[in-house]
Design a protein around this ligand. Structure first.
Ligand code: UFG
Length: 328
């Protein structure tokens, strides 16, 4: 297939591009490089531009015979979204509407959309099922949920078939060690722990140890970024084979506390990473664990990097070899 990956130079997008190339597909990338990195692309044809720009969208769809779209392009910082909700609604929803309009103009009928566990908010049940209540507690999750709803109506009206994939905690790096996670500023747990291991930070702050969990720290479901990539391709193939539009969770179905993640990172790196308890971070639910049974059953998804040791080993390989991330 010839696949357009929007936001393909970002963390998850770049692993998607790598996975598609490894599986023999042609890839076109559209990224404004606002948070993405040119060096994260191991191949494909890059267009630098914004999803809000109709001209570049028409150029991409005219110059390439695109079979399907995978859309990662979004702002994704939960904290920032609370401070600046309009930025998130404008960019995350507005740009996807523009993309869908362009798909319509060019008669493209398949899209896999990057959604999030943040659509659920504070969960009612653990593990979380796709049909559970969605009640986002931040504008980031709200913006993704809004797009899921927009997709539903676009399917009905225009026959655009979609799969929305709700990721839990994306982490790890490509096993080749050449691409990985590089956010500025970094807010995610595993890269922060590994930066502390490398001496780039003095210590890691554990946000709260008084949650209702076994050791008092938050529990999350960590899922390897290359496993997320494999699920996208399976989802696309299912749509191409006539599958209906659907929503799937993507996680490993196993939760690790912040303290456990720090301990595994100490073991993997052999470094006694310093950790200190700090106040809770606003908006963090105590526990988020996915049920991914639906993706496993219906997509035939088989996560390969499902041990936390392996996940952290791959991230460590990337961080050790890219002390300052990608070339800036
Ligand atoms: N944490 C710390 N110290 C840090 C950073 C994080 O203790 O320095 C804790 C957080 O409080 C949280 C856990 O580590 O309990 C994981 O935090 P991350 O920031 O790595 O990830 P989140 O679970 O907050 O967010 C992830 C994605 C979001 C998505 C969300 C869905 O990064 O995009 O899951 O709930 F919206």
């Amino acid at each position: 297939m010839n696949i357009l990956v929007c936001g393909g130079a970002g963390y998850i997008g770049s692993h998607m591009v790598a996975y598609l190339l490894e599986n023999g597909h042609d890839v076109v990338i559209l990224d404004n490089l606002q948070t993405g990195h040119k060096d994260s692309l191991l191949g494909g044809k890059l267009y630098i531009g914004d999803l809000k720009d109709n001209e570049i969208l028409d150029k991409v769809f005219t110059e390439n015979k695109i079979d399907a779209v995978i859309d990662f392009a979004a702002n994704s910082l939960v904290g920032e979204s609370v401070e600046n909700p309009l930025k998130y609604f404008d960019n995350n929803i507005g740009s996807t509407i523009n993309l869908l309009e362009a798909m319509n103009r060019h008669n493209i009928k398949y899209i896999v959309f990057s959604s999030t566990a943040a659509t659920y908010g504070e969960p009612e049940n653990i593990p979380i099922l796709e049909q559970d209540k969605t009640f986002p507690t931040n504008p980031y999750g709200e913006s993704k949920l809004a797009v899921e709803k927009i997709l539903k109506w676009c399917d009905k009206a225009y026959g655009i078939k979609y799969t929305a994939l709700r990721y839990f905690n994306a982490c790890g790096a490509h096993i080749n060690g050449n691409i990985g996670e590089d956010h500025e500023p970094e807010s995610h747990l595993i890269p922060i722990i590994l930066q502390a291991a490398l001496g780039k930070r003095e210590k890691i702050m554990i946000f709260g140890d008084d949650y209702n969990t076994e050791d008092g720290t938050c529990v999350r479901d960590y899922v390897h970024v290359s496993d997320l990539a494999s699920a996208h391709l399976l989802a696309l193939k299912r749509l191409k084979n006539g599958g209906e539009s659907k929503i799937y969770n993507l996680g490993n179905g196993k939760g690790f506390s912040v303290k456990e993640v720090v301990d595994v990172a100490r073991k993997v790196t052999g470094i006694n990473i310093k950790a200190e308890i700090a106040a809770r971070r606003a908006g963090d639910p105590a526990t988020l664990i996915a049920s991914s049974e639906k993706a496993i059953k219906e997509l035939g998804w088989e996560p390969k990097f499902n041990s936390l040791e392996t996940i952290i080993e791959t991230a460590w390989k990337w961080h050790k070899n890219h002390l300052n991330g990608y070339e800036k």
